[in-house]
Design a protein around this ligand. Structure first.
Ligand code: NAD
Length: 334
C-alpha cells in the first residue's frame, strides 16, 4: 500500500497482549495505512533474551520511529532496570505527554476536565545519581539543565500552539530549590516569550495539587520537571476515572512510544476482561502524531459514543462486558 507507515508493536506483560490485540483490531477496522511489526519486551521475555528490552526491539523502534506499547512489569527494589526507563533512555524520549480528559458517563468528582501534563523525562532526581556518603546517609542528586528544560518548555508551548490551547502553567518549587527549579523557570519564561498568543503562568507544586483537586478546569497545559510530573500525572488521571481511561506517550526528537499509563494488572491478566480504552486512546494520539487526523477523530468519536451510550462497559467501570465485547462495540461505532 502506498505511504504505509510501519508501527512497532510491543505487547508487554500481563494484560498487555489482550489490550493490544483489541486496539489493533480497531486500527485494522479503521483501515489505516499502517503495518504492524511485533517485537518483544517485558519480564515475560527475559528467559529468552536475558533482558526485558532486547536490542532488536529497540532497533525496530529506531527504524520505524513509532511504537505502540503495552505495559511491562517491573520489580520493586532489585531485579532488572525497568524496560520503560530503558526505552526512554535509549530512544531519548525526553517528553512524557498525558492528555487528561473527562470521559462521557464515567462518573468522578469532576466534570469537563481537559488538561495536558507535559513531563520532562530525562533528568531531575530520576538521573539515578544516588550514593552512600557514610552508612546511614544517602545523597540523591537532582540534575536540572538549561538544555533539557528549554527542550521540554518548547515541547509544551509548541503542543499548546498546535492544539489550540490557551495557557501553559510551569510548575515548580523555586521558592526552596532556587537554583535548580529557578533554572527550569528561567527556561520556561524565555521560551514563553516566543509564544505571545499563549498565556504563561507559574504555580508552586504544592499549591498546584490543592488547586487541581479544587477545580481542575482552571488548568490547560502544564509543564513539569520529572518527579513533579510523575506524581501530578497520576493525580490528574484520578480526576477523570483513573489509569484505565488515560492515554500517554513518550516522545523524542525522532521517535515516539504510545502507551496506556496503567500497569500489567496481574490480578486480571488472561481473563479477557481488561479495559482496552487507555491503549485505544493512546493509539488515537499516535494517529494524530502521524497526521492521520480523520482516522484519529473517527476512532476517538467511536470510543466516546460507546461511553456516551453507556450500554457496554468493562468490569473496572462497573459493567459486565469482556474486552472482546467492548472492542466489538467500538468497531460497530466507527
Ligand atoms: P496496575 O495498573 O497494573 O493495576 C492496578 C489496578 O488497576 C489493578 O486492580 C488492576 O486490575 C487495575 N487495572 C489496571 N489496568 C486496567 C485495565 N486496563 N482494565 C481493568 N483494570 C485495570 O498497577 P500495579 O498493580 O501497581 O502494577 C502492576 C505491574 O505493572 C508492576 O510490575 C508495575 O511495575 C507495572 N507497571 C507498568 C507500567 C508501564 O509499563 N507503563 C505502568 C505502571 C505499572
Amino acid at each position: 500500500m502506498a505511504n504505509t507507515r510501519t508501527v512497532t508493536v510491543l505487547n508487554g506483560d500481563g494484560i498487555g497482549p489482550e489490550v493490544m490485540a483489541a486496539t489493533i483490531r480497531v486500527l485494522e477496522a479503521l483501515k489505516v495505512p499502517l503495518e504492524f511489526e511485533y517485537k518483544d519486551a517485558g519480564t515475560e521475555v527475559v528467559a529468552k533474551y536475558g533482558t526485558n528490552l532486547p536490542h532488536e526491539s529497540v532497533e525496530a523502534v529506531l527504524r520505524s520511529g513509532v511504537a505502540l506499547k503495552g505495559p511491562t512489569g517491573t520489580v520493586v527494589g532489585g531485579g532488572l532496570p525497568s524496560a520503560n526507563v530503558g526505552l526512554r533512555k535509549r530512544l531519548d524520549l525526553y517528553s512524557s505527554l498525558r492528555p487528561v480528559k473527562s470521559v462521557p458517563n464515567v462518573k468522578t468528582r469532576y466534570e469537563n476536565v481537559d488538561l495536558v501534563v507535559v513531563r520532562e523525562n530525562t533528568e531531575s532526581l530520576y538521573s539515578g545519581l544516588e550514593h552512600i556518603i557514610v552508612p546511614g546517609v544517602v545523597e540523591a542528586l537532582k540534575i536540572i539543565t538549561e538544555k533539557a528544560s528549554t527542550r521540554i518548555a518548547k515541547f509544551a508551548f509548541e503542543y499548546a500552539r498546535k492544539h489550540g490551547r490557551k495557557k501553559v502553567t510551569a510548575v515548580h518549587k523555586a521558592n526552596i530549590m532556587k537554583l535548580s527549579d529557578g533554572l527550569f523557570l528561567d527556561c520556561c519564561r524565555k521560551v514563553g516569550r516566543e509564544f505571545p498568543e499563549i498565556h504563561y503562568e507559574e504555580v508552586i507544586i504544592d499549591n498546584l495539587c490543592m488547586q487541581l483537586v479544587k477545580d481542575p478546569t482552571r488548568f490547560d497545559v502544564m509543564v513539569l520537571e520529572n518527579l513533579y510530573g510523575d506524581i501530578v500525572s497520576d493525580l490528574c488521571a484520578g480526576l477523570v476515572g483513573g489509569l484505565g481511561v488515560v492515554p500517554g506517550a513518550n516522545i523524542g526528537e525522532r521517535t515516539a512510544v504510545f502507551e496506556a499509563v496503567h500497569g500489567t494488572a496481574p490480578d486480571i491478566a488472561g481473563k479477557g476482561i481488561a479495559n482496552p480504552t487507555a491503549l485505544m486512546m493512546s493509539a488515537v494520539m499516535m494517529l494524530d502524531y502521524l497526521d492521520m487526523r480523520d482516522e484519529a477523530r473517527r476512532m476517538e468519536n467511536a470510543i466516546h459514543k460507546v461511553y456516551t451510550e453507556a450500554k457496554v462497559r468493562t468490569g473496572d467501570l462497573g459493567g459486565g462486558a469482556t474486552t472482546r465485547e467492548f472492542t466489538d462495540a467500538i468497531i460497530a461505532a466507527l
